[in-house]
Design a protein around this ligand. Sequence first.
Ligand SMILES: NC(=O)c1ccc[n+]([C@@H]2O[C@H](COP(=O)([O-])OP(=O)(O)OC[C@H]3O[C@@H](n4cnc5c(N)ncnc54)[C@H](OP(=O)(O)O)[C@@H]3O)[C@@H](O)[C@H]2O)c1
Length: 243
Amino acid sequence: MKEKRVAVIAGASSGIGRATAIHLARIGYAVSICARRSELIHEIADSIHKEGGKAFALKADMTDWKEAQNFIKSTVKELGSIDVLFNNVGAGIRFADFEDLTIEEINEGIAVNLTSVLYGCKAVLPVMKSQKSGHIINTSSILGKRARSGFSIYTAGKHGVEGFSRSLYNEVKKYGIKVSILSPAMVNTDWARKAGFDNPTAKGKIIEPEDIALVVQHLIELPDHITIWNVDVMALSQTLNPL
Ligand SMILES: NC(=O)c1ccc[n+]([C@@H]2O[C@H](COP(=O)([O-])OP(=O)(O)OC[C@H]3O[C@@H](n4cnc5c(N)ncnc54)[C@H](OP(=O)(O)O)[C@@H]3O)[C@@H](O)[C@H]2O)c1
């Protein structure tokens, strides 16, 4: 078992990020969390403190380079190092045909799903390089490998996350830094509701955010010399045809 260290979760005010922050804190990690909804991340940090855990919360929009960089720098100042960066920011924007999206929605969709990940990585790499260790996990989606009409920009952003992460993996492993892609199928969060997407095919027990937290724990607790660079998570109730 590895020594418990510092885990940063970008996009932690709800859903997968929130569940992962709470889980990692409960098993002994110091966690640093950000999102735009300041009150929610501070509530999460308070509840972690009440349970005896260590947490640092900072409001940050990860699509803004200065805020992303400040979040990472402030984390190092508060917690001393960064062993894990879980780049989990993302949103479906609006379920609609590409032609019906506004230019603002297109730009926002790429910023929130791809640029946020690029900025998180850019900000954390100097820290991890100087430590000669670190693990970056970038949240993609099944739509990072496949496509669904009505989610063209989300699909483009997540395909971008996958391609970028593969390049980065090869660039930074020589510094002892791991890069993993985490691609879940539908998870029981507010994500679909926010995008105005009512999924009529979801039947049975789907993935819970707490399930993803367990996957993240598994990834970051592997021995230093190996990694799982790509993980697709499905519930047994979910079917992808063709897989
Ligand atoms: N739910 C699914 O079915 C599913 C499936 C595959 C992949 N994913 C991916 O999983 C990740 C987490 O989604 P979720 O399902 O847990 O949905 P969620 O509850 O909506 O979580 C999204 C998180 O990202 C944060 N966020 C959004 N824009 C941000 C920004 N500009 N800067 C900082 N934080 C920002 C949100 O906080 P604020 O709004 O407070 O900023 C929230 O904490 C996303 O990348 C999503 O694409 C979800």
